[in-house]
Design a protein around this ligand. Structure first.
Ligand code: AKG
Length: 280
């Protein structure tokens, strides 16, 4: 694998306690393998009410892409796989979920005392989708400084190897960001996983697969006839994080603090004061 041009002198920072949510064993697993699975984080009612808000938003995006872009827009292919970003701006239940105590405690343990929501999106993989979503690191899509942030893949339906659950390549997060190549299906970090110890991470609806922004992962095809695989992906980054772009030889740094969607989750280790929780 080739290193990303901006990935210079990266040093993975091991997470150390005291922890609020995770055990010492989970911290060790995260440090060594770059991922954790939490089952039964959100109850069925919470997931159902959230999904009721998200489905129409996703459907509207599909209709728009069908109508104006011939069913295809970068990594979204209608009827197969859809990515619907920034739903916290349109779904009160999604926003509420990002502010759940589970996430406040998790980001404290895995990122620190001052953390913001960085990104959120639904990812729906429809029955009969034959293509996988390629191996990548999330920091390979948009380069964030610091490179080490957090992705939480919340299962809205049961996810398994038949309908396209995440599959991770443990250990490689410690090397920082690799260069990614643009393919028909998405960015690809060029890993040949044959013979490597990849781990499928099936998870029931309401569970969360947590991985580092640097953990290589893919999702498989959805070979079922009737089981959509729906996920809500939320990402958190240390306050002060910037997106770095280097187009046309010009480097630009953009702070990740858009008030309506990159609001604080923890300030000095505590929930933000009222009024600093993001625009409604
Ligand atoms: O859920 C999927 O199928 C792919 C999502 C993913 O890998 C991501 O959001 O980084």
């Amino acid at each position: 694998m080739i290193k990303h041009e901006l990935n210079q002198g990266f040093d993975w920072k091991n997470r150390e306690g005291p922890f609020r949510l995770i055990s010492d064993e989970q911290a060790q697993q995260y440090n060594e393998s770059g991922f954790l699975v939490f089952e039964d984080v959100f109850d069925a009612d919470t997931i159902e009410r959230l999904t009721e808000e998200l489905d129409p938003i996703e459907q509207k995006l599909e209709e728009l892409i069908d109508e104006h872009f011939g069913g295809r827009m970068f990594i979204t292919r209608t009827g197969e796989i859809t990515f619907t970003p920034h739903v916290v701006t349109r779904s009160p239940k999604a926003k509420e979920l990002t502010q759940a105590q589970f996430f406040r405690d998790l980001v404290h343990d895995l990122l620190g005392d001052d953390v913001r929501l960085y990104w959120d999106q639904t990812v729906y993989k429809k029955p009969g989708t034959v293509d996988l979503f390629p191996w990548h690191q999330d920091n390979g899509y948009t380069y964030v400084d610091p490179q080490q942030y957090l992705t939480c893949w919340v299962a809205l339906t049961d996810a398994d190897e038949e309908n396209g659950c995440p599959v991770v390549l443990p250990g490689y997060h410690r090397e920082g960001t690799w260069a990614h190549e643009r393919t028909e299906l998405g960015l690809d970090c060029g890993v040949d996983a044959t013979g490597l110890d990849t781990i499928a991470a099936p998870v029931r609806a309401g569970g969360v697969v947590v991985f580092s922004s640097l953990t290589p992962h893919k999702t498989g095809p959805n070979t079922t006839k009737d089981r959509p695989r729906k996920a809500y992906v939320v990402q958190f980054a240390p306050d002060g994080a910037h997106v770095i772009t280097t187009e046309g030889g010009k480097t630009e740094r953009t702070r990740c603090d858009a008030p309506e969607r990159q609001y604080p989750i923890l300030v000095g280790g505590a929930p933000p004061p009222p009024g600093d929780e993001g625009a409604a």
